[in-house]
Write a new protein. Sequence first.
Lengths: 459, 330
Amino acid sequence: MLLRNISYRYKLPLCMILAAALTAVFATMVVSWQYYSYSKHNITVQSQELGNSMRDMLTWALNHKDIWHAYTLLRGDEENALATPKHTFILLDEQQTIFASNQPTRFPTGTPVSGLTTVSSTFLNALKNIVNMQQPKEISTEQNMLSSIPLLSDNLVIGSLVIADSYESVSTLYNRVSIQGLLVILMTISILAPLAWFWGKHIVNPLLDLESCILKVGKELIDNIQCLAPNDEDEIGRLSRHFQNMVNDLKEKSKLEHQVMKSDRLAAVGTLAAGVAHEINNPLAGMILATNTYKQCCISPNCKQREDARESIALVQRGLAQIQETVSALLTNVNLNTSLIANLKEKSLTRVDIEDIYKLVMHKSRTKSIAFNWKNDIHNTIVIPSTSIRQILINLLLNAIHATDSQGHIDCHIRTDDRSLLMTIKNDEQYLKWFYLYRLINLNQGLSTKDSQLRKGEQ
Amino acid sequence: MLKCQRGTEYHHMRYSHTVAIVLGPKSRFATTPTITLAILTLFLLFNLIASPVKAESLSQSKPIRIGITPVILNEKTQFLHEWATYLEAHLAQPVAFVQQDSYGKITTPLLKGELDFAWICGYPYVQHQRLLDLIAIPLYKGKPRYQSYLIVSNLDIKTHSLLDLKDTVFAYSDPNSNSGYLYAQYSLKKANKNPESFFKQTFFTWQHKNTVEAVAIGLAQAGIIDGYIWETMKKQHHPLIAKTRVAHKSVTFAFPPVVASNNVASHLRNKLQHVLLSMDKETQGRRLLKQLNIEGFTPGTAQLFDDILKMHLFIENRELKTENREHVAP
């Protein structure tokens, strides 16, 4: 669990060292155990071979009661007199009395086997079971391996040589080998650790660089992220290159988005300019009509239509006010697009707007002596952009006047039902019915979409 | 290939002269039988002519054979070589030391005349006094005398005499040793103890040094040895000595003497005696004596060995009574 929270920078060298250490420990244990088993077997074989080589001489010593001779045979080199012997040799006579031993203190000469007090009961029992056998025999105890070699003289058993090998010496050797193995492991690890550290760093560094790059995504501008992908064909190399490709794609996308945004802004500015021009143009058309009306009234010496002139001036004033509002909106709002649209949206269609249009086109119809049947059934404010409707209605009426012969006749009926604003304009021959569907009004689409919101119907 | 080997060998005190001709299997002469036969014939003729001359020469340079028994720490091969060189220089004759691991193996050839001289124990000397000629007695601590030591393990603090050792395993040095056998036998019999049954078990170690080892390692509970050997080992800081304790020291006896076989020519006997007695007067001689842990040699007299003879007679008389056997002592 702890390893999961450690960086690969440390985890990898640690795992390498751990794996090496475990392998070395396992190998040492196996080798030590093999050595232990081999040593046990080897000691037993060696002692038996040694015992067999001494058999004739010991038989002679037994026959001649030469204890010293037997002892020197069992002792080996004189230098071994005070040393702890590798093998314990016990020479017994036919009465199972100790004749000689290379450990006289433990196995005193002249002591019957049954009277031994210097050995453990386990050893004593094993010794009792093995002596004076006709054939060589081996008995294992927890701590010793006992081998018996009968000594024959003229086909009679005159004694036996018992060889006792302590496993303690083998265990000591085993421990020594194990400790030496562990020391070698420690030395190896002390050499391996810096190498593992270096290798780990070498292997993990590309991964750490990749992680550092990935962490930058979302925090820094994609254009500022610079990652060097290694040329290796391993997983980290491939992953780094994939990531680099992804970053490049993101950069390309960002660039495109930038360009699109720029285009959109330009388009929005164009649309805004067109909208503004339109907003200014609409009242201008009315104002031109109003000024024409006023001009004709003023030129005429008997200007009878004072009321019309006065209304024309009022129309011009309203048109100028409308232009002022549009310009003010442009000046006062930072976000031109949304604020202006918002201002324009708020200007809903009223009965007065419809009546203004009638007044604007009525003078034109008079010039052609066209009878104008005007019916305005709009009494309440309708939440639709008034500017668009006004422009449409003006255009329709001017087109209708233009298409009607002098002395003609035009009917215009503006009304609403539950869903639509209906504008019906009819001349002598035909009639046009324009309707504006409320439900199609989408304020968010702005002025540029007004044409698509009109449906031309014919009855 | 023709190879000729010549050698002089001493084996079990037997002197032999060997001439061997070996014809190698791949001899180039084998391919030319005539030449080979001619060379071989010439070689054999040369040997036939030369042999009497060589035999006479060897006879003239026959070495003086001196037997060495375990009365000294005789494992000093380097010392014996130096001593032999010293004696050869002074005797103008080759000297060959013959070592054996028991007194008997030296005494017997000495009596047979196979050895010229020997350094033996006082006990075989008194046993064969008629057949041996006393040459010199070493001076140890200024006197031609030494003691027998009864030694036990250093862990044994109770034993102070032989009589404290009943039913133990006892180590004798040599059946022909005064200090390592005779004195113990004499003491037990003097105390009306039967040496055959007093101890639980006995054995011989054949060398005083071995008795020290037997006691030190616990093979025997006690042993009796030459006090001079024990002291010399102690002086040499032998590790076994520390594990033993001297439980009892005997009265002094005559030191083991250097004796000559009766067959030895008197001039040779006198010459060796003179060289031995003069050793302490020369630097090289004193250096050798120091290694032996003795001060010199004295002519001595046979009467010095009367104590040993008395012990021997004491034992022999009793044995003569029981076994009706005649001893060889005077």
